[in-house]
Design a protein around this ligand. Sequence first.
Ligand SMILES: [Zn+2]
Length: 454
Amino acid sequence: MTYKSLSVYSSIIISVFCFLLCIRKSCGQTEITPWQNDKKGAISITYDDGNRNQFKVALPLMEGVKLPATFFIITGPIKGSHYRGQFIGRPVEELIKESATIPTSANNFFERASASRYLGYAGASESFDQNTGVSIYYNRADAFYKSGKKDSAYFEMDKLYQLVREEKLERGKYTSLELSQEEGLSWDKIKEYAAKGYEFASHTVTHAHLAILDTANMFYELKKSKEDISDHLGLKYTFSAEIPFGIDDPRVMKYSMPVYQALRNRMTDPYLEEINRGFKADPGLSAKPYVQWQRGPVTNTPLWLMKSWVDTTLAHHNIWLVLVIHGVGNLGWEPLARPLLENYFHFIKKDENDLWVATFGDVARYIRERMHARISEQNKDHKIIITLSHSLDTAFYDLPLTLKTYLPDDWGKVNIVQRNQLRIGIVKKDKKGTYILYQAVPGQGNIILSKLRR
Ligand SMILES: [Zn+2]
């Protein structure tokens, strides 16, 4: 036998020996649990539009049972905001004049649609049944454009600009239901709520139809909203966003995705399947590591159905149920009644041992950190030393991950040290062996586990 084959032979023997030792002790294995604290699934409760009753009615109910939530707020109308809705472009008088001789086409549609709310006419309501107002034409143009009927969208713009030229609309400042329902909300109040753990995230400056805005105005809606949130709450709160009306228009997504880390509209992570509000696919059939399952309860949604979404989440291991709520009480789009919300929140709370209820941003962070994590483990001087890191931007991705490390069977209590902070954990057992669950922040130095000796 040559020296080389002897060496290969002996290393095989050593490997087999170590393998047997590890089987006996289930050692040498650290994994990141799919959800924080090794829960079976996750739920994020999210609210759109920042309407007053979300804070007056729903927030106190959630506070009563200690449930977190995410509020997608329209930043323009908030007291103390630096940026209000405005048109970025040529003077609107020029556009109005031009519209008398140049019909709306692909060349000017986005510009005219972007300016349409800033022509000096009230458009008091977004509803379709009122027969005057800028918003009707603006809304219809958006609906036609999104359904591919571009000529009909251009026609709506032509009608609007004609009415403006003929002074046939009510003069005044544009507003919409969403904007008026948020009135009264201030950054001071938002800061108070944020300090309690609620996530605040962007729903643009004015709740605009982004699909029919030109690039300059789309960026204004996206970036100025982000700036106000960053100025008042800090960079951390610019993580999540929801582009109004739940759209996933490719052009809007292309411009929005680089501005915010996680859009509720659309996340393109390959390990995440998305079932949006309008889709009926069974989340239990997905083979991907994670499924973001959005459900949007409306006024007539029965409570039993809403509860069944929670049960479905519990019955699998990869579902992130994202609830999308708009109106509350008697205010807002498709409002949910207070007693129903109260009942539902208690129902969710009772399963909190198995369900991770967290903000939209925290669940998105957790999933991405876990899927981008690198982990290594070393046994030295009766200690287990874990290195945990990820390749993401640590300005946003600093959420602790839950690690599960299998230990020798004779460990009972464990010292867990990261960055000189000592915690003591108690081991648990499953069919693979004795393990410890603990939280660790990626990239914050080694985590050292040692047996606590009495
Ligand atoms: Zn909205």
